[in-house]
Design a protein around this ligand. Structure first.
Ligand code: C2E
Ligand code: CA
Ligand code: CA
Length: 685
């Protein structure tokens, strides 16, 4: 996956949910803080109001005490107040007491904002309900509830409008004396308070609930939206199923998880061959419908955990588990059969490239070991394998192996170097002589290419010609070879050597050009070589193209004085029919005629009949790939005109072929070198 897409995907996964969660957190934090503040304010207000009025009463008693005339009178007056109280000094010496219960000695300060002063509060010894700590006041909720239930429960309390009194003690200073008056005070809660607190609590609960519902609704909404977007992100435009990016993410997870060698995985590259043709003949829409059907078929034929996705154009990627190779091969054969008839109306052709996913690439140390996953590389290998089938018109499966990479690299090298090699004349011409089997005399030769690369060494045509044929460079090569052969012939004529016609291969691709005959004529003329010394070999496969154009080209070539031959006759395509229309001069029997065992006598019958046929059509014959004496004898007896084969000679470098021309017969190495010496003595070189 490209870095850009991966970033986009991560962003998509994070963005929405992340921001909603952050917003939710911030909003709920603010809301809770607001509620806490409200509750605090409310409690503060209520508590303060109640405590303040009680403090006022005790403070009033202290004032009364301060203005006393006699101790007995003031105690009588204070007792008459009806409040439990006591007067004590700072050492807790009690001077007077009214009532039973006393406060606890642990007092605390509460600042009353109404009077801007600190007031000393103490717990009631019997009911320790009010606690104070560093100026804040709190209920002992547990004690409060126990106490409430003792008094008959909240319900009853509310019904009767009764008051709930929580006792505590307030101290007020008596001025002028080192004494304080401690009055028992009550924190009163009536039914109205409880209803009010309940109403406030309920309102808060409803608000919290409402807010939670809104937030949850938004979260669920954004998760849904995110799912939808993720689905869109992972949806293939053509098939509407999953796309390659999805497969990469899922596949990497899957492959990373595999634990032992039992889990074999394989990557497939499945391609609909000639998809573009199908679209041309029908429509793009119909083509895409077939691709959708292919995708669905793949999903159907795969296990639930296996993955597949449309990759590009007409190719699909599949990552699947398999047990062993035998079973896998069978599965793939069955799959191909199903794919061919994926559409009820048409029959299709599919190619499958297979790359077994390596299971042993692990890095790190235990317990942090993990498998290396290279999805793209595996898919690329499967594609590389599949590409090797590109010339095949029927469905096929091919497994990737390292040799393919080497081949691929070589193709790259050739393509990169072809122009330069041509410019530097690194392509050299070898000549394979042709001999008359009845006289053993030299009667022709074929010009064959070799690449003498300073960097990659000596390379035969099998390693370069198929590449040139595929990339179209072959037409350049053909022109080059015609030029070189014509130049050499001209040189040999000028040197007075006894020249024989040299044939040059003209590939099928060249026939697409409608002025081929003129091109060849001009090339030969540019080198000033006689036309009759150049023969043009057309491969059998060229006869499948535009017949009329081909016939015209052959006629023109013959008009210009060139010899025209059909190469590789009998190499696989039935070309008997083409012989009927083509005014050819020479028929070259393919080397295949002389290979293999065959049934007793049958091969000979075919060869002799082919020779007869050529004779009747007034064509001369060349037998290629002849290696043994018996074949030569047989061909001579059957009237074959020429033999081009290792029996007489392999393709020779120019200098060696010159020796052959001088002798006029086939020579071995020693003979060739003797002639070379002789010639250099006579010419002084
Ligand atoms: P081709 O045109 O059929 O050339 C004959 C091939 O058969 C040559 O292989 C030759 O070396 C080989 N051969 C001849 N006699 C024998 C024999 O007795 N035994 C065996 N085993 N092989 C024999 P080469 O030179 O490797 O060329 C291979 C093919 O490459 C040619 O087949 C031709 O199709 C192509 N090619 C070579 N040079 C050119 C060229 O300049 N242009 C084009 N278009 N194709 C070329
Ligand atoms: Ca040839
Ligand atoms: Ca041939």
């Amino acid at each position: 996956m490209s870095d850009r897409k991966e970033k986009g995907y991560r962003k998509l996964r994070r963005s929405k949910l992340g921001s909603v969660l952050v917003i939710y957190l911030i909003v709920s934090l603010c809301f809770n803080a607001f509620l806490a503040f409200l509750a605090h304010m409310f409690l503060q207000y209520v508590l303060e109001a109640r405590i303040y009025s009680e403090y006022q009463a005790v403070s009033y008693m202290a004032r009364m005490y301060e203005h006393k005339d006699s101790v007995e009178d003031i105690y009588a007056l204070l007792d008459a107040e009806g409040r439990d109280y006591f007067i004590a000094d700072r050492d807790w010496r009690i001077y007077h007491q009214s009532g039973k219960e006393l406060s606890s000695g642990m007092g605390g300060q509460l600042r009353l904002s109404r009077i801007g002063q600190n007031v000393s509060l103490y717990e009631d010894k019997a009911l320790r309900l009010l606690r104070h700590k560093n100026g804040t006041l709190s209920f002992d909720l547990k004690g409060f509830l126990t106490w409430v239930s003792q008094t008959g429960g909240l319900q009853r309390l509310a019904d009767k409008g009764a008051t709930l009194d929580i006792p505590f003690w307030i101290a007020a200073n008596i001025s002028g004396e080192n004494k304080r008056i401690f009055g028992k005070a009550y924190f009163s809660i009536d039914a109205g308070d409880i209803v009010f607190a309940g109403a406030v609590g309920l309102t808060i609960a409803v608000m919290v609930l409402g807010l939670s519902v809104i937030i949850i609704y938004h979260i669920v909404g954004s998760i849904r939206q995110q799912r939808k977007m993720t689905n869109l992100f992972f949806m293939d435009d053509v098939t509407g199923e999953r796309n390659w990016m999805w497969m990469q993410i899922k596949g990497e997870k899957l492959l990373r998880k595999r634990k032992n060698a039992k889990n074999h995985y394989v990557m497939l590259s499945v391609s609909f061959v000639k998809y573009r043709n199908f679209c041309m003949c029908h429509s793009i829409k119909e083509g895409e419908d077939v691709l959708t059907k292919v995708n669905r078929l793949l999903i159907k034929r795969l296990d639930k955990k296996d993955l597949c996705a449309h990759h590009s154009s007409a190719s699909f990627a599949v990552l699947m588990k398999y047990k062993d190779e035998e079973e896998l091969k069978k599965f793939l054969d069955d799959l191909l059969k199903d794919l061919e008839i994926v559409d009820a109306v048409h029959k299709f052709c599919f190619h499958i490239g297979v790359s077994l996913v390596s299971n042993d690439k692990e890095v790190g140390r235990w317990p942090f070991k993990y498998k290396i996953v290279e999805m793209e590389k595996d898919y690329n290998s499967a594609c590389t394998a599949r590409d090797t089938l590109s010339d095949m018109d029927h469905s096929a499966v091919v497994f990737f192996d390292e040799k393919l990479i080497e081949e691929q690299r070589w193709i790259e090298i050739v393509q990169e170097n072809q122009q330069n090699a041509l410019a530097q004349e690194e392509f050299v011409v070898f000549y394979q002589p042709k001999f008359d089997p009845r006289t053993d005399r030299l009667c022709g030769a074929e010009a064959l290419i070799r690449w003498e690369s300073p960097e990659y060494g000596f390379k035969g045509p099998d390693t370069i010609i198929p590449i040139f044929e595929r990339n179209g460079f072959i037409t350049e090569i053909d022109r080059y070879m015609i030029r070189r052969a014509a130049r050499d012939q001209k040189e040999w004529v000028d040197r007075g050597l006894k020249c024989v016609p040299v044939s040059v291969n003209v590939s099928r691709a060249h026939f697409a050009e409608n002025n081929l005959a003129e091109q060849i004529r001009d090339l030969v003329d540019a080198e000033k070589a006689p036309h009759e010394l150049i023969e043009i070999e057309l491969t059998e496969s060229a006869f499948f193209d535009d017949k009329t154009a081909l016939v015209n080209t052959i006629k023109k070539l013959k008009e210009y004085g060139f010899v025209v031959s059909m190469d590789d006759f009998g190499s696989g395509y039935s070309s008997l029919n083409s012989l009927k229309d083509m005014p050819l001069d020479v028929l070259k029997l393919d080397a295949e005629f002389f290979r293999g065992e065959g049934e007793e006598g049958r091969g000979e019958i075919v060869i002799s009949e082919a020779l007869q046929l050529a004779k009747k059509l007034h064509m001369r014959t060349v037998a290629e790939g002849v290696e043994v004496q018996e074949q030569v004898d047989f061909l001579a007896a059957k009237g074959c005109d020429m033999i081009q084969g290792y029996y007489y000679s392999k393709p020779l470098p120019k200098a060696d072929y010159e020796q052959c021309m001088v002798a006029g017969v086939a020579l071995n190495k020693k003979q060739r070198s003797n002639i070379k010496k002789m010639m250099s003595r006579s010419t002084g070189h």
